[in-house]
Design a protein around this ligand. Structure first.
Ligand code: SAH
Length: 368
């Protein structure tokens, strides 16, 4: 049977969906009815959307679809963290992680198949890069998780927070991430509060300005080092946009969203970025910016070149910052028994950047 090319409604934010319905000769409020079915009820079958006319249901069935990626694996950690592998095309899959905590449930979603940035301590970087996820593939992760997790005893969603901290660099896929963020915040979409949707970036500065101008969500920045000398090495995008430029963009974000703070992520790598002197440099760098600092003990993965800082060293680093009145939290490692912790996500990536190949060659070289 010939495959019909259908419009995937999961790929449209409200404005795009209304425009699509207008092209079908329908009123915009029909688009809003359909959004409620899709995002509030988790419905994909148009024939079940009983408040639409039969004619419209048939028209939709012929031309449109609600198609999230396919869930191909579902793993549960000892600590309750849950990880799904979602197939996005024949050779590629991404991972999505649910982290339950007292009073909240956070879903960590992916924005790209692999990652083109080359952060030296990250398993996703090892995988290389294939492509951007489209809007439906980003939203489809939330759509699945919401359905699979079900509701709590009070009928509430188990998902309360979304973090774009999975595979990929969200600001390198701004074109698709922006409409997806809109649906996350839209009351007719998932309806998350803007304080509970966090985008994490390693510092794609050009698009950080666009983000600040276009939408209000929480921002996390992967700082990882207080000086260019170290950051150039471990977060290579720093060579393109050095710290001074990143900090200017962050100040701009705060200017555009008064009352907000920035969450700074800082991976603790033994002997690389974790001295007390470096903690003092971090304090100096962040002075005057409303900040929370999240120390992330390094999570190992096969082939990793770094070691996690000792608990004592992390604690000393934390203390220096805390004494300078920063709010500092050491992120608890979650889901590491199923490789679901920060920096451990790998999925299945048909590497088009040939990074896997080059890395393997470099390793072979080093031992020969
Ligand atoms: N590309 C985005 C999203 C990744 S978020 C970004 O860079 O911000 C995941 C966070 O975990 C980032 O701060 C990332 O730098 C950090 N991370 C990556 N690898 C890690 C590892 N092995 N251990 C701990 N944290 C890691």
């Amino acid at each position: 049977m010939a495959e019909v090319l259908r419009n995937n409604l999961l790929s449209m934010d409200r404005a795009a969906l209304e425009a699509y319905f207008e092209r079908l000769g329908e009123k915009p409020f029909r688009a809003r009815q359909v959004m409620k079915w899709v995002y509030h009820q988790g419905e994909t079958d148009f024939s079940a959307m009983t408040d639409l006319s039969k004619a419209l249901r048939e028209k939709l069935a012929a031309t449109a679809e609600v198609r999230p990626p396919r869930v191909i694996a579902d793993q549960l950690s000892r600590d309750g963290t849950r990880k799904w592998l979602m197939r996005v095309d024949a050779g590629n899959s991404v991972e999505t992680v649910f982290i339950p905590e007292e009073g909240r449930g956070t879903l960590c979603i992916s924005s790209q198949v692999g990652c083109a940035l080359d952060c030296q301590f990250c398993a996703t970087a090892e995988q290389g890069f294939n492509r951007n996820l489209d809007v439906a593939e980003i939203l489809g992760q939330i759509w699945h998780a919401d359905r699979l997790l079900g509701r709590d005893e009070n009928g509430n969603r188990r998902l309360t927070n979304i973090v774009l901290m999975g595979m990929g660099e969200p600001l390198a896929n701004f074109r698709n991430v922006l409409p997806a963020l809109r649906v996350m915040l839209d009351d007719l979409g998932f309806g998350f509060s803007k304080r509970r949707v966090t985008l994490s970036t390693s510092g794609v500065v050009s698009n950080l300005y666009r983000l600040a101008d276009e939408i209000d969500v929480a921002l996390a920045v992967s700082l990882h080092a207080p000086v260019d000398e170290i950051r150039d090495e471990i977060v290579p995008i720093n060579r393109k946009w050095p710290l001074a430029e990143l900090m200017d963009a962050c100040r701009y974000y705060i200017e555009r969203h008064p009352g907000r703070h920035i969450t700074w992520e800082y991976v603790m790598l033994d002997g690389v970025n974790d001295s007390e002197a470096e903690a003092r440099q971090v304090a100096k760098l962040l002075a005057g910016i409303p900040s929370k600092i999240n120390l992330i003990p390094f999570n190992p993965y096969p082939g990793a070149r770094y070691r996690r800082s000792s608990d004592a060293r992390i604690e000393r680093f934390r203390k220096v910052l805390q004494d300078k009145d920063f709010l500092v939290i050491t992120r608890k490692t979650r889901g590491d028994d199923i490789d679901a912790a920060c920096g451990q996500l790998a999925g299945e990536v048909q590497d088009r950047s040939r990074r896997q190949e080059r890395r393997a060659a470099a390793r072979a070289e080093a031992v020969s």
